[in-house]
Design a protein around this ligand. Structure first.
Ligand SMILES: [Zn+2]
Length: 216
């Protein structure tokens, strides 16, 4: 089985990816992690991506596609995968279709995790980072013990990108590019929308039930 889970930052993709990996024995690929890995290893694609990122520009589809292709060609077609954050644009979705045909893979379903804008703003703007140990901590929960034993919650600050207005802007940009992707998969009958609010375990049960019934 090959699936993709799409949704903006803060929607809870990571948790759901981890769970379907275990449930269906899939290999996960996070496009964000793939970026970091390529940049860290200073691969040709990594250096190219870094140039765009450092200028504050979006990395072009061709670069993202090439990174993805290099990764998936190393994975046997018999091993199912779950894609986290890919495809993110209509061009990437069309590229994925062509590549999967060539590799003898079939994309079974695309799960769109849906959470209200206010919920995402609440989740992300609640982030605090510790200046001393660099750990992220939730603002609302009682302070958890510092894993490095360096602090007791006295150095927390809200990072710039967790500002509620900044979160709303990023969300609007995401919605503009993902809209055509969602429509593309709706038309091909592959789209499964899952309500992502509330308990992660319940979200996962709903996701798995929807996925199993879609596969018949
Ligand atoms: Zn700390």
């Amino acid at each position: 089985m090959n699936i993709s889970i799409i949704g903006p930052t803060g929607v809870g993709k990571g948790t759901q990816v981890d769970r379907v990996v275990v449930k269906y024995d899939l290999v996960p690929i996070s496009i964000g992690e793939l970026f970091k890995k390529n940049i860290k290893e200073q691969s040709g694609l990594g250096l190219l991506a870094k140039r765009y990122v450092s200028r504050g520009e979006l990395v072009p589809d061709e670069v993202v596609d090439a990174m993805f292709e290099a990764w998936i060609r190393l994975t046997p077609a018999t091993q199912g995968v779950v894609l986290d954050g890919f495809p993110r644009t209509l061009n990437q979705a069309e590229f994925l279709d062509t590549l999967f045909v060539e590799l003898g893979r079939k994309l079974d379903a695309v799960i769109s995790l849906v959470v209200s804008e206010e919920e995402i703003v609440n989740r992300l703007s609640g982030q605090r980072i510790c200046r001393e140990c660099q750990m992220p901590f939730p603002a609302v929960a009682p302070f958890q013990n510092c894993p490095y034993d360096k602090c007791h919650g006295e150095h927390l600050y809200r990072p710039e990108d967790a500002d509620p207005d900044a979160v709303r802007v990023r969300l609007a940009v995401f919605e503009r590019t993902i809209g055509p992707v969602v429509e593309y998969y709706r038309k091909s009958g592959k789209l499964i929308a899952v309500h992502g609010e509330g308990d992660a375990e319940k979200v996962n049960q709903a996701l798995i039930a929807a996925l199993d019934s879609a596969r018949g």
